[in-house]
Design a protein around this ligand. Structure first.
Ligand code: NCD
Length: 338
């Protein structure tokens, strides 16, 4: 099991089932703090450098929110064009500089393995918030935590479940990382639903097969969504060689309430890492699903905050001190009873 304190979290390859369960146990302890039922100052004085060199809304804000909820301060930089990387500075030098200001770094970058390269120059733990098409370990953890919680509503477990991964499985880093994490569970059935040309890369398929799971590769949704979890994705347009190439796939796999009724199980849980592309021609997850109780997309977002709180607590070695630094929440918060 990973000894988290002081470690970088760069890849799901670092995690085994015990590590995953340790993270989830801490994440669950974070729930009252995320719901504003309690407050903690355990990271008062600590600084997170939140470096996002690629577009992001929820990952960036949830890393910052998670750190704030533990009492820490956040320093942020967004966009490549605003950073000295455009002046030719190396990731190593940027890391030497930034880690002299901060206690921990969260980072997203458009190039595969760039966060690992940055980590070689960092004197503090670095957490990968997405490195190009490669990995998104914190999203995979929040997705897996969501799967566990959602299935428990139906007395089901991750072991033995059936998951359908849908859409851009080639460039979607969230499905790469999630598939690899699922290798630590037993008897998972995978249906990989992608258009020809956007199939899951072989190295992920090999990892899944080698862990003894069953995989079916298909190129249409009809008849292939009767799974416990249906995980839809966005066509990752920014990673295609050209916009024309990406346009070929826009709107290929739209899930709406009528598709859900026709092809999913009665209680299939619908997930998506977000953002969903809601432009009419793409519309991969229709707004007419918004009142479907099994649409878990906004619960995934909440689980993202507690999963990231857990990673900060573990890498900074305060996972058992959170309650000791507890204070009250004097203000009205609509979250308290949610
Ligand atoms: C995903 C990402 O950035 O890989 N979003 C996220 O972090 N929640 C998926 C996407 O952008 O489609």
């Amino acid at each position: 099991m990973l000894n988290f304190q002081g470690e970088h979290i760069l890849s799901v390859n670092q995690l085994n089932r015990d590590s995953i369960e340790a993270i989830f146990a801490v994440a669950k302890k974070m729930e009252p703090y995320a719901k504003k039922q309690k407050r903690t100052k355990v990271l008062e004085g600590a600084v997170l450098a939140n470096l996002f060199f690629e577009p992001s809304t929820r990952t960036r804000v949830s890393f910052g929110t998670a750190f704030n909820l533990l009492g820490g301060l956040v320093r942020e930089t967004t966009g490549m064009q605003n950073s000295a990387l455009t002046k030719g500075e190396s990731l190593y030098d940027t890391a030497r500089v930034i880690s002299s200001y901060a206690d921990v770094v969260a980072m997203r970058h458009p190039d595969a393995n760039s966060v690992a390269e940055f980590a070689t120059g960092s004197t503090v733990p670095v957490i990968n918030g997405g490195d190009g098409p490669n990995e998104h370990p914190t999203q995979a953890l929040l997705d897996l935590l969501t799967i566990e919680k959602e299935l428990s509503r139906f007395d089901r477990k991750i072991d033995g479940m059936h998951i359908a991964l849908v859409g851009d499985l080639k460039y979607g880093r969230t499905v790469h990382s999630l598939s690899k994490l699922l290798c630590h569970y037993k008897d998972v059935k995978f249906t990989m639903v992608s258009p020809d040309g956007l199939q899951m890369p072989d190295y992920v398929l090999d990892a899944v097969t080698n862990s003894g799971h069953q995989i079916e590769l298909v190129n249409k949704m009809e008849g292939n969504l009767a799974a416990d979890i249906v995980y839809q994705t966005r066509i990752q347009e920014e990673r295609f060689p050209s916009q024309e190439e990406a346009n070929k796939y826009r709107g290929g796999f739209k899930i709406s309430q009528s598709i859900y009724d026709a092809h999913c199980n009665k209680n299939s849980v619908l997930m998506h890492p977000l953002p969903r592309d809601s432009r009419g021609d793409a519309n991969e997850l229709d707004n007419d699903l918004n009142n479907n109780d099994n649409l878990a997309i906004f619960r995934q977002v909440q689980n993202g905050v507690i999963a990231r709180m857990a990673l900060f607590a573990l890498t900074l070695g305060v996972e058992n001190l959170v309650d000791k630094y507890e204070t009250e929440v004097p203000w009205y918060s609509a979250k308290k009873n949610s």
